[in-house]
Design a binder for this molecule. Structure first.
Ligand SMILES: *[C@@H]1O[C@H](CO)[C@@H](O)[C@H](O)[C@H]1NC(C)=O
Ligand SMILES: *[C@@H]1O[C@H](CO)[C@@H](O)[C@H](O)[C@H]1NC(C)=O
Ligand SMILES: CC(=O)N[C@H]1CO[C@H](CO)[C@@H](O)[C@@H]1O
Length: 476
């Protein structure tokens, strides 16, 4: 087979995501953006996780066809049921996350093969996949490697501050503020051990860093991070390419499921009938485990608030989301609940198109665990949040939303994770956001931010310019 001159003069991109839903999703979104510039994109993961990210993609399917998925096997891993942990971190996912190290050899083989077909191979990998891509520079001399950071800039700042011990060396007023939470206590040792395995391979042979963060929201935090990166290597290339969410990547209309499938799902149909801004959307993402007692407090609080709602109530993901175990129990609601709230609210137990719910005019608030994807989607769609962070970077995202950007309310004080959040706390915060003047003010700010973010990602906006700059650099 002859390799044409065209192919050799080209640039191809290999995306290497970490094997957790929120990470898989972000690099898939970046894949869509990069491929929209007519650059071939290869998405490299385990067969299981490729199926997972495709099955949950909110994007029209024909877009997925433009991306080359490479499905690699991983050894069998156990897929235990989620449980309550002291940190709230989903330790039950660790066997699946740890299986990622087995992608080192298949990735190397693929890289070696593809590097002969292009002028330049650009590897963009999750920071948690540094171990897997460690051989890139030695295997492919025409390669460049970029680290993709899936967390907000404020979370990264908190991490850097923790690393120097409580801000000792950081002579920066903003960064030392107590209202930026520390990561301390929000991870588990087993995950920290996994992250430590990445550290030796995080810095060497990297051409740059990409942050899924936006100057409009986090400019001071980004300045701080970029300054630190340039101090240690003044040639480092840095971009803030966020918000990378599907709304900003595809036109809103093409996310409208009624186009593809004329029968609207029941909860969207119900949403259609509600007043503007009257419905609270509740979802705690794919890694939150709630005890039955906590679910009951939420149920009582919601009923007492008399606010309309759509509550997505699902078990946390197992390591293998397609395994039979995933379907076993499901979270338990109090028996009385669904009958008593009939007409007032909906409990949904399936995977939902979150953007369609958030983008609907009837939706006026989002009670969220504050995963970074959820925060960006809510901010992009101008929906204010009730922040109920659980673990990892979620407390920092919650602080960003409530204390800095001021488009949300906190459900309560952090740090009381052994106690349940009681129904009266939930009732109060729900009423405050959904039916008070203060709530209306916050909603107004959220709408304005949504408008600005839409401009940022349109032609000439700050985020679009960063993306254009990244693309022209890798194709130079
Ligand atoms: C979705 O598409 C349907 C049919 O094309 C249209 O009637 C409806 O207004 C659209 N909804 C949104 C939110 O864009
Ligand atoms: C609910 O929790 C809040 C905050 O911890 C506390 O101040 C309040 O007294 C509790 N209310 C009830 C009824 O237990
Ligand atoms: C091929 C290449 O550039 N390898 C380099 C990767 O980084 C290590 C550590 O800095 C260098 O020793 C290698 O030469």
């Amino acid at each position: 087979m002859a390799t044409s001159q065209d192919q050799l003069s080209s640039v191809i991109v290999l995306m290497v995501p970490f094997l957790a839903q929120s990470h898989l999703n972000q690099l898939l979104q970046l894949s869509h953006v990069v491929s929209s510039y007519n650059i071939p994109v290869h998405y490299v993961s385990s067969a299981l996780h490729n199926s997972q990210v495709k099955s949950r993609a909110p994007n029209p399917l024909h877009h997925l066809a433009k991306i080359h998925f490479h499905d690699f096997p991983t050894p069998h891993f156990v897929s235990p049921q989620p449980t309550k942990t002291a940190s709230n971190f989903p330790v039950h996912l660790m066997p699946a996350l740890e299986a990622s190290v087995h992608l080192r050899q298949p990735f190397s083989d693929l890289l070696t093969r593809l590097s002969t077909t292009a002028r330049r191979v650009v590897v963009i990998h999750d920071s948690m996949m540094s171990y897997v891509v460690q051989d890139t520079a030695s295997l492919a001399h025409n390669s460049e490697t970029y680290v993709f950071h899936c967390i907000s800039a404020i979370s990264r700042v908190s991490f850097l501050r923790d690393a120097v011990g409580g801000g000792l060396e950081i002579g920066h007023e903003l960064i030392n503020q107590a209202k930026i939470p520390s990561w301390e206590g929000f991870l588990e040792p087993r995950f920290e051990a996994f992250a430590d395995k990445q550290v030796p391979f995080m810095k060497a042979n990297k051409s740059g860093h990409l942050y899924n963060a936006c100057r409009l929201i986090e400019s001071e935090f980004l300045d701080f991070i970029f300054e630190k990166e340039l101090e240690s290597d003044h040639n480092m290339k840095l971009w803030a390419i966020g918000p990378l969410d599907s709304l900003t990547i595809f036109k809103k209309n093409s996310l409208n499921s009624s186009d593809a499938n004329s029968e609207k799902v029941y909860y969207l149909e119900w949403l259609e009938k509600q007043k503007p801004n009257s419905v609270l959307y509740i979802s705690f993402g794919t890694t939150t485990f709630l005890e039955d007692g906590q679910i009951e407090e939420i149920a009582i609080g919601l009923e007492k608030s008399e606010v309309k709602f759509i509550w997505v109530l699902r078990d946390a993901d197992r390591g293998d989301i397609f395994g039979d175990e995933q379907k076993v129990r499901g979270p338990q609601l109090p028996k009385w609940f669904e009958e008593r709230v009939e007409g007032k609210g909906m409990v949904v137990r399936e995977w939902v198109p979150q953007l369609e719910i958030l983008g609907h005019p009837s939706t006026g608030g989002f009670m969220s665990h504050c995963g970074w994807n959820s925060c960006m989607e809510s901010m992009s769609l101008g929906v204010p949040l009730i922040a109920w962070p659980m673990h990892s970077d979620q407390p920092m995202n919650a602080a960003l939303v409530t204390e800095f950007v001021k488009v949300g309310l906190a459900v309560g004080e952090l740090g009381n994770r052994d106690e349940l959040v009681n129904s009266s706390t939930i009732e109060k915060v729900v009423k405050k956001l959904m039916s008070s003047d203060e709530g209306d003010e916050i909603r107004k700010r959220a709408k304005e931010l949504g408008d600005e973010l839409r401009k940022a990602t349109a032609e000439g906006g700050v985020s679009r310019m960063e993306m254009d700059s990244l693309i022209s650099h890798i194709t130079r």
